[in-house]
Design a protein around this ligand. Structure first.
Ligand code: UD1
Length: 353
């Protein structure tokens, strides 16, 4: 059997790594890897291949950046001939980025089986491009691998037959578990014992200058109390420059490699983010997480984990941060099957096809 994996953006890479590795235990399965090139900077892609020990892609579609329609269409146009030539039996797509939905669309029209890793997550907010990608991909997929029970329920509600759904746990946590020892050994030079780690890249937070100014204004105010360490996503860096906002007082960094970022996360007093994956990673690490969104497609991080949704206006953020700084942070537990073995469960299911 030939399984072809498709990745495109940074958050796909920590998800594909454990599945690739687990499938290597089955010699009858041939694997290949296509990178769409949605993310192309060294520090958004290459460095993750290295640290996560992902083999070099067999094909790079080199699509780069563009509007949603253009990027999705470019991936589809360039991916179709690759699939026709390589004739995989199954294509695995990951997460909720434009590369995920584009590859799923191409395969379903060519009658090639699609497996979706990280299926069933819903924010119920269709203003998020990722929500559209999740809804469409799950309708097209033949095999749906969910990270938590809420995913199974969402899919059932959308009419997906139970036999297609497999609750396997969280593949992203597999990568975390594997590289945590390396992160523990990582030296954090020049950082105080208490600091805030920030990431920000959602269009809803960074593309509107008023919203971005309010968030950054709050971070500047916070920085006088507690050092703010902020690895800046390329989209956010562009917006900060375009809106002419002065953030030179913050400890701004380039996007960080996986191990370095994990090292910063595990020692942070609190993480402030709008990322999806970081809500999960902080839950596993039991580090307080304040998410700058009104909803999340990862509700177990709130119901079981350390995550709190604080919206965008700064009021709830201030209140929750006050509690954390007084040592009264929310306690959490790790959701079931977030144990470092999700990739193996996926491989075991695929090996029986
Ligand atoms: C994408 C995903 C998002 C994910 C995020 C993680 C979609 C719809 N969104 O958002 O779900 O959380 O990746 O990072 O697929 N850029 C660079 N270098 C790169 C990549 C991007 O400079 O290597 C810049 C480009 O100018 C681009 C902008 O960042 O226009 C945004 O990139 P894009 O891939 O469109 O979406 P992300 O915001 O990264």
């Amino acid at each position: 059997m030939h399984i072809l994996h498709v990745v495109g953006a940074r958050p796909n890479l920590m998800k594909v790594a454990p599945v690739l590795s687990a499938l290597r235990q089955y010699p009858k399965i041939k694997q290949s890897l296509v990178h769409t090139g949605q993310h192309y900077d060294t520090n958004m892609s290459d460095v993750f291949f290295e640290q996560l020990a992902i083999p070099a892609p067999d094909v790079n579609l080199g699509v780069g950046s563009g509007s949603h329609a253009r990027q999705t269409a470019d991936i589809m146009t360039r991916f179709e001939p690759v699939v026709l030539e390589r004739k995989p039996d199954l294509v695995l797509v990951y997460g909720d980025v434009n590369s995920t939905v584009a590859a799923a669309l191409v395969c379903s029209k060519l009658l090639i089986q699609v497996g979706h890793v990280e299926a069933g997550l819903r924010s119920f907010d269709r203003a998020m491009p990722e929500e559209i990608n999740r809804l469409v991909t799950d309708q097209l997929a033949d095999l749906l691998f969910t990270p938590s029970d809420d995913g199974d329920k969402n899919l059932a509600r959308e009419g997906i037959p139970a036999k297609k759904i497999h609750n396997v746990g969280n593949v992203m946590i597999d990568s975390l578990v594997r590289l945590l020892p390396a992160a523990i050994n990582q030296k954090l030079n020049g950082l105080p014992s208490r600091y805030v780690l920030v990431t920000l890249h959602r269009p809803a937070n960074v593309d509107d200058d008023n919203v971005l100014k309010v968030i950054l204004g709050y971070l500047l105010e916070l920085n006088s109390q507690l050092k703010v360490v902020f690895p800046v996503h390329p989209r956010t860096r562009q917006r900060i420059a375009a809106f002419g906002i002065d953030v030179s007082q913050l400890d701004l960094r380039e996007p960080l490699p996986y191990i370095e970022f994990l090292a910063l996360q595990r020692r942070a007093t609190v993480v402030i983010t709008d990322s999806g994956g970081i809500q999960e990673e902080t839950t596993y690490l039991k580090v307080p997480c304040l998410t700058l969104r009104n909803n999340t497609e990862r509700p177990v991080t709130v119901t079981m984990g350390t995550n709190i949704l604080v919206g965008q206006d700064g009021t709830t953020l201030r209140a929750e941060l006050g509690k954390i700084l007084q040592g009264k942070q929310k306690q959490g537990t790790v959701p079931p099957l977030w144990d470092g073995h999700a990739g193996e469960r996926i491989a075991a299911i695929l090996s029986k096809l």
